[in-house]
Design a protein around this ligand. Structure first.
Ligand code: NAP
Length: 287
């Protein structure tokens, strides 16, 4: 059985640090505040909003919700983003995606002020990740992968990492962030040939495809570390990752390690979001 890299311990370790920083800000009259922007009522958005709000409240971070109907015109959402940008009491903004198809998502994401883009959704923030300039915030899920590795003392320096998935939400940014830590990174996608063979060559595998339990025993070997970013529902409606967990655990053996779904990277992503709001509030207070 592979070692389980669970999110709970990472979340607990991050909580103490973030709570102390919130207290210090509040002592100076600053209430770190997160804006949640949602278009429509997709169940996964509502569930993420609920868990983010709960986590924020536990930490003393205020949340302001901006909810629009699913058929709201792009101009209405643009107005919301403008008011978030202009409101000095808001430090960070979390916008649920994907947006409905009638809205130009890239255009809306690029409107968000860089200092409030705590989930790295604008091209300006992604440029910071890709150039290594350190400007802006990286996408929270990509950062959660690094927090997970750090917490469990797993170094990627000089190691071969295979990232499966090339979206700007997770695959590409996490690949760049691992590269910045001196990993040798292979990025794979739906057109990659001989994917299981490539995955088996890796020391660390990051699965970020959104394909329920798509990666089984043939994709893994003993001793690998596997980060499963997927949040999917199987045919029975059960929450699962991209990795066929039982098959992977058997293939990875006692020397291997894997993040479970649920109880893995999802909760760490929420913690990273909170840490980013606090950093945004600290940076504003310092200026
Ligand atoms: P996405 O935009 O749909 O991208 C999926 C990527 O996976 C694409 O690059 C696609 O390749 C690749 N892919 C699809 N099927 C594949 C296959 N059979 N073999 C190899 N590659 C394949 O999805 P996303 O937004 O990146 O999200 C990926 C997953 O992460 C989803 O389950 C999502 O729910 C989850 N997620 C989790 C968190 C979290 O907090 N843990 C946050 C965000 C997303 P092509 O480019 O060739 O199409």
């Amino acid at each position: 059985m592979a070692k389980l890299l669970t999110g709970k311990e990472v979340v607990a370790a991050m909580r103490d640090d973030v709570a102390a920083r919130v207290e210090a800000l509040r002592a100076h009259g600053v209430v770190p505040t997160l804006a949640c922007v949602r278009v429509g009522e997709r169940p996964d958005d509502l569930s993420y909003e609920r868990s983010a709000t709960k986590r924020a409240e536990e930490l003393g971070i205020a949340v302001r919700s901006f909810a629009l109907p699913a058929d709201a015109p792009e101009s209405e959402l643009a107005d919301v983003i403008r008011s978030v940008n202009e409101d000095a009491s808001i430090h960070g903004c979390l916008m649920f995606r994907p947006l409905p198809p009638h809205i130009d998502e890239t255009r809306i994401c690029d409107m968000l002020a860089p200092e409030k883009d705590i989930d790295g959704i604008s091209r300006a923030s992604l440029a910071g990740v890709f150039t290594g300039s350190g400007h802006g915030f990286p996408p929270a899920t990509a950062q959660a992968c690094l927090e997970m590795l750090d917490h469990y003392g797993i170094s990627v320096e000089g190691k071969h990492v295979v990232v499966v998935g090339r979206s700007l939400v997770i695959g590409r940014p996490v690949a760049m962030m691992l590269l910045a830590r001196n990993a040798s990174v292979t990025i794979c996608h739906s057109r990659t040939e001989d994917l299981p063979e490539l995955m088996r060559l890796a020391d660390v595998v990051v699965c970020a495809t959104g394909r329920a339990r798509a990666f089984g025993a043939s994709c893994f070997r003993a001793g690998q570390v596997v980060l499963d970013v997927g949040i999917n529902f199987d045919k029975a409606g059960k929450l699962c990752g991209d990795v066929d967990f039982d098959a992977a655990c058997a293939a990875l053996g006692e020397a291997g390690a894997v993040t479970p779904v649920p109880r893995g990277l999802g909760s760490v992503t929420t913690s990273v979001t909170m840490a980013h709001v606090v950093r945004a509030a600290e940076e504003r207070a310092a200026n």
